[in-house]
Design a protein around this ligand. Structure first.
Ligand SMILES: NC(=O)c1ccc[n+]([C@@H]2O[C@H](COP(=O)([O-])OP(=O)(O)OC[C@H]3O[C@@H](n4cnc5c(N)ncnc54)[C@H](O)[C@@H]3O)[C@@H](O)[C@H]2O)c1
Length: 333
């Protein structure tokens, strides 16, 4: 069997993609790339058999490479995705797919013109055993009809936006960079379609050390009447955590650090059911297996191209609503 050859751009989280591909028998990682000479030096010791490049072009133009994993800084994603797709390479891109709606529309048009090429993005919280259990419980009717769902992305690492690359690139959105995970989770868990959003943001926490909002909160109006709330809270004094409360007519799920709780009664004396499934309990390369299966045509990706554009469409609407200070209809890409 001809193995698919993989090139990975960016060796922060991108290093965790290596193990994702290694777990798939049809894949062979052949090349890595990083801008940093220091990263390349340490990678030479760790991966002596792999080609190491400083320029992403060496991966994007390599005719032997079938799949490109993009884990560069957010501002490079668009041009690298476009370059890879134009060379008929499949793409697994870190979130966010890109930074502007017009870029997403352009990427979608390339994919529509070339349906054989696959794209997915790393919405890895879908692999969390606790959230998977919750999804199954919702699907079986265990929570009844959902009427209100909320999830906050509490980053707990303010210095990453005030000191690191996130604060230095031309534009950074905490919704695209973090909130995207909880937007995706709520859409995936509920199976709902968001039609309108309202949003507000501020940057009080970073006190002038970050140019953009470090906190954005949004209300999501779903087609079914369900209401959602998400926040990307990069400035919080709180450990990295995804708060979540899912309210249904029969039960309420609340996420906790060590366990989830399922409240099936309004009576305080009745103990909630404990959900001890691991959280987050994921490796960052966990979605790669199903993505590769989708490339091989043997299974559907757990995060499809449609999912990526739907989630990004809602995120673009949130960013627009926060900027305009009024509700915005979601314009699906
Ligand atoms: N899915 C997730 O849960 C998750 C978690 C963290 C980061 N991310 C995403 O991964 C991407 C990278 O973030 P990170 O936390 O790994 O950052 P990082 O700073 O830890 O590592 C990024 C690495 O990529 C290299 N790089 C950046 N741009 C490059 C380019 N154009 N060509 C070659 N190398 C390049 C840098 O030199 C650096 O070594 C971001 O888009 C981020 O949003 C996703």
């Amino acid at each position: 069997m001809k193995r698919l050859k993989i090139g990975i751009i960016g060796l922060g989280i991108g290093e965790e993609h290596i193990s994702g591909y290694k777990r798939h028998p049809a894949c062979e990682v052949i090349a890595l790339c990083d801008l940093s000479a220091e990263k390349l030096r340490s990678s030479k010791e760790k991966y002596p058999h792999l080609m190491l490049h400083r320029s992403a072009d060496d991966i994007l133009n390599d005719p032997d490479i079938d799949i490109v994993s993009i884990a560069s800084y957010d501002n490079y994603h668009y041009e690298q995705v476009v370059q890879a797709l134009s060379k008929n390479k499949h793409v697994f891109v870190e979130k966010p797919l890109c930074l502007y709606e017009k870029e997403a529309r352009h990427i979608r048009s390339i994919l529509r013109a070339n349906p054989g090429v696959k794209l997915s993005s790393n919405m890895v919280l879908r692999k969390s055993p606790r959230f998977r259990y919750l999804k199954k419980t919702i699907e079986k009717g265990g929570l009844g009809t959902l009427f209100y769902v909320e999830s906050d992305y509490n980053y707990g690492r303010l210095e990453k936006i005030t000191e690191g690359w996130r604060g230095k690139i031309g534009f950074y959105s905490v919704i695209y960079g973090g909130g995207v995970h909880v937007v995706d989770l709520l859409i995936w868990l509920t199976g709902g379609v968001v039609i309108e959003v309202s949003a507000y943001g501020n940057n009080i926490s970073s006190k002038g050390r970050f140019k953009y909002n470090d906190m954005v909160v949004a209300i999501l109006k779903f087609k079914s009447g369900l209401i959602g709330k998400v926040a990307a809270n990069m400035g919080c004094v709180f450990p990295h955590f995804h708060t979540m409360s899912i309210y249904g007519t029969k039960a309420t799920f609340v996420n906790g650090f060590h366990k989830g709780l399922l409240f099936e009664s309004r009576d305080l004396a009745k103990k909630p059911r404990e959900i001890n499934k691991a959280y987050p309990g994921v490796c960052k390369g966990d979605l790669i297996l199903s993505f590769v299966d989708s490339v091989l045509g043997t299974a559907k990706a757990e995060v499809t191209e449609e999912d990526v554009f739907n989630t990004m469409s809602v995120c673009f609407a949130i960013e627009k609503a926060a900027k305009k200070g009024r509700p915005v209809q979601v314009d699906y890409i």
